[in-house]
Design a protein around this ligand. Structure first.
Ligand code: B12
Length: 346
């Protein structure tokens, strides 16, 4: 069998062949102290907001070794998205009223597609490394993925909290293979945001604190995807038409390529969704993280946002759609009344 250096080089070459944009190796052991400190600070300040799951399994998040018996190494992988032109994400139909969704949520659910790629990669690795045990982690495992990526030399943490890969930016999704292979760990990457505060200024709700920590009580990604409870009316005017997630802090980042058009859904379609149309539109997609009620709430609030209410030609159609939504979903009446008022005001 190849020695650790040769094997590590093979792992990296095969990862790139598998389509990953960046790969690095971290030791499967406790994460550096700073990762723990930052997570505790975030929890203590209450920035965790509505994300109850982030309070659970605290100890696992700081030590990937706890995820797999005999774990020695973590292969950290970055998958680049938002590379090409985007646009309507609802089949071939041209949307009557396009509303943006976060770029990462275009197409098939990355949890599924990246996990499958990790398993294929492990199968290929077994051909050169012999049998080993590996666990593929994509997002939903209690593990500090950004901290691990920094440790594995993939990039550094920007002021918007995102992992920035040199030359590629932050439009990457992260996944890991925690494994029993003995690989040579990489050194953490150098780099930092210097002097730029564009992401902090671009955040519509002031959720970024400028030190890389994000307040989930204000972040539009958290509010539109994670928060089932009503969104505070004080935030409604700041929501900028977000239907699912938000890319404002990444779009403003000079390390990212000039932004392509974001993927969109048809706002009028979404306003008319019921359980079965929500099911059909979200099946197999990351979009499914937000339930029907959340999508309807987000769509209603999007109607009151400047980009939509300025579409005078569609105002009557929007009013009609809101009235129908009001009849089907009485609990959302406060949001609907507000959106109607905004439409009237133009
Ligand atoms: C909870 C969560 C959220 C929350 C909170 C985000 C936040 N910034 O904390 C919400 C819902 C708001 C969210 C939003 C988004 N998310 Co999210 N989210 C997560 C999740 C599940 C946990 C993140 C977490 O632990 N947050 C708590 C904070 C304190 O930890 P952290 O952000 O990981 O930061 C650590 C590092 O900064 C580290 N650190 C700082 N400096 C240094 C220095 C060194 C040397 C080291 C070692 C470590 C280190 O310390 C922190 C704590 O460990 C991860 C998946 C995972 N399992 O990790 C995805 C993840 C972070 N999200 C991801 C994405 C894509 C997004 C969105 C872009 C989606 C969107 N467009 O709407 C936005 C971006 C918002 C933003 N600016 O962060 C990607 C990030 C990819 C990237 N390039 O960074 C991840 C990794 C999912 C994935 N598998 O790809 N997300």
């Amino acid at each position: 069998m190849a020695d650790a250096h040769e094997l590590t080089a093979k792992v990296k070459a095969m990862s790139r062949e598998a389509g990953f944009a960046a790969v690095g190796v971290a030791r499967a052991g406790p994460l550096p102290h700073i990762a723990d400190e930052r997570l505790d600070l975030w929890l203590d300040r209450g920035f965790v907001g509505p994300l109850a799951y982030m309070r659970r399994h605290r100890e696992l998040r700081s030590n990937p070794a706890a995820l797999l018996d005999g774990a020695r190494s973590v292969i950290c992988l970055a998958w680049a998205y938002a590379q090409g032109p985007s646009g309507a994400d609802n089949g071939d139909a041209t949307p009557r009223l396009a509303a943006p969704i976060a770029r990462y949520a275009a197409g098939r659910d990355y949890h599924k597609t990246l996990k499958a790629r990790c398993h294929q990669l492990m199968d290929r690795l077994r051909e050169v490394a012999g049998d080993f045990t590996g666990r593929a982690c994509v997002d939903s495992v209690p593990l500090g993925e950004r901290a691990l990526a920094v440790s594995a030399g993939l990039g550094w943490i920007g002021r918007n909290g995102c992992l920035i890969v040199p030359g590629l930016g932050s439009h990457v999704l992260l996944c890991e293979i925690v494994c029993t292979l003995d690989l040579v760990p990489d050194a953490p990457a150098d780099g930092a945001c210097e002097g730029c505060g564009r992401c902090v200024e671009a955040c519509p709700t002031g959720a970024l604190k400028g030190d890389g920590l994000v307040d989930c009580r204000l972040c539009l990604s958290s509010l539109t995807i994670e928060q089932e409870a009503p969104i505070s009316p004080s935030l409604w005017p700041k929501m900028h038409g977000c239907l699912f997630g938000c890319d404002a802090c990444q779009d403003a980042c000079p390390h990212n390529r000039p932004a392509s058009c974001p993927p969109t859904l048809d706002l009028l379609d979404v306003l008319g969704w019921d359980e079965s149309s929500w099911d059909a539109a979200t099946r197999g997609r990351a979009l499914r993280r937000a339930g029907l009620d959340m999508f309807l709430r987000n769509a209603i609030l999007a109607c009151g946002s400047p980009p939509v209410r300025e579409r005078r030609a569609q105002r009557d159609e929007l009013r009609g759609a809101l009235q129908r939504t009001a009849r089907a979903h009485p609990p959302l009446h406060a949001e609907i009344d507000w959106a109607m008022e905004q439409l009237e005001a133009g």
